[in-house]
Design a protein around this ligand. Structure first.
Ligand SMILES: Cc1ncc(COP(=O)(O)O)c(C=O)c1O
Length: 400
């Protein structure tokens, strides 16, 4: 076994090193263990696997293309930039990959309602979509601030037949939406299914969501080898909770030659209180049922966080990312709101691809890295979603 062998993660208790686990009351632990059991029972059955794989192919449109961004590369100079086009999935982001898996699991388990939080609304739309397809009730909790910013996604959720619950407490953003959805879930955890929107929360969610998202890296690795004959020198993705990043990174963790970089939101600057760079500036603690890096205030409360990208402003992060940081397999860096906006506009105007503000963080990092590398090097960026939801907001902000 090489030092880069990551296959058996997490352990049976849901730990990635010392991170993860189930920091929840015993009644809830029994329910999480049920979900874990059900998932392990069905995940490799022919019926579940073929249903999911067929949906990925004929409903989502997988495999998503791997695209060489020639004009962006010429603009930046240096290394070649490739984009894994998760923005082209049905519903416009990577979130549909795990939502279909979770909705099918909820249905197999005989649950009556699927609940979740959403930040940018991508997870909400993807889950509402998966629930209409599978035929199960769906309820999404969303911060009032995000509702106003991401209104096209709110409308879509309503059209899809989902109940949208506005959350006005706290900063009225993602963490508050998680708290609110979780309270609703606790009213009947036996019949409800909390479909967590990232690789966060108590075990088995960080593992399950990663498994569903791993298709991104599996496809990208094979496509990259086919198109270039080699593996990429760098791979990168934005990190909110960390699902699209784990989806890309998992297939490459054992490839020692591949440098892996996760990109967090530096918001208005790491020297301000208005960022969400959890792995860069946080410390190991507990949040939402798991042990992970957390941004905290001096009295130990989760810090009110900020990012221009609603899907990235979370004060915690997936336990596997916390582990990968500590063992230094993945480097974590950050990109400011302004750099993100610049990348949003540059990709739109150089390639005709309008990226989500979340994904623009990874694009911005690639744009900074490329000119520092020789032209024979390559960077693979996970373009986790498209920017339709952000278009009006950016146009207003830039006075377009
Ligand atoms: C397009 C897109 N990318 C990335 C994210 C961040 O989530 P994660 O870090 O789990 O991939 C979101 C969250 O809403 C999103 O909508």
């Amino acid at each position: 076994m090489s030092s880069f062998d990551f296959a058996p993660m997490p352990n049976a208790e849901g730990f990635f090193g010392s991170y993860g686990g189930q920091i929840i009351p015993p009644e809830l632990k029994a329910i999480m263990d049920d979900i874990d059991r059900a998932y392990r029972e069905i995940k490799d059955t022919e019926a579940y696997r073929s249903e999911l794989l067929e949906l990925y192919k004929y409903y989502v449109g997988r495999p998503s293309p791997l695209y060489y961004a020639k004009r962006l590369t010429e603009h930046c100079g240096g290394a070649k930039i490739f984009l894994k086009r998760e923005d082209l999935n049905h519903t416009g982001a990577h979130k549909i990959n795990h939502c279909l898996g979770e909705a099918l699991l909820a249905k197999y388990m005989g649950k009556t309602k699927v609940l979740a939080e959403t930040g940018a609304g991508q997870h909400g739309v993807a889950l509402a979509t998966a629930c209409s397809l599978v035929g199960i009730e769906c309820e999404i909790h969303m911060g009032q601030v995000d509702i106003e910013k991401e209104h096209p996604n709110v409308t879509k959720m309503k059209i899809l037949g989902c109940k949208v619950v506005p959350v006005t407490r706290g900063t009225a953003t993602l963490k508050d939406a998680v708290d609110s959805a979780f309270e609703e879930y606790l009213k009947d955890p036996v019949n409800f299914f909390y479909a967590i929107g990232s690789v966060v929360g108590p075990h088995p969610f960080p593992m399950m969501v990663r498994d569903f998202q791993s298709i991104i890296g599996e496809e990208a690795r094979a496509q990259f080898l086919e198109q270039t004959g080699e593996l990429p020198n760098y791979i990168t993705a934005c990190v909110g909770g960390g699902s699209n990043a784990m989806g890309l990174f998992t297939a490459f963790l054992n490839d020692e030659s591949v440098n892996i970089v996760g990109v967090e939101p530096a918001g208005k600057g790491l020297d301000t209180q208005e960022h969400s760079a959890t792995l860069t500036l946080g410390a190991p603690s507990e949040l939402h049922g798991m042990k992970c890096y957390v941004l905290q205030t001096e009295d130990g409360e989760p810090m009110p966080v900020h990012s221009i990208a609603s899907g990235l402003d979370y004060p915690g992060v997936g336990p596997q990312h916390s582990y990968l940081k500590d063992i230094e397999r993945v480097d974590y860096t950050s990109i400011t709101d302004q750099e993100c906006l610049d990348a949003f506009m540059t990709l739109s105007r150089k390639e005709g691809i309008i990226p989500a503000l979340e994904s623009s963080h990874a694009v911005a990092y690639a744009m900074k890295l490329a000119p520092t590398l020789p032209a024979d090097q390559t960077i693979l960026v996970n373009l986790s979603g498209r920017g339709d939801k952000d278009a009006d907001y950016v146009a207003d902000k830039l006075g377009l």
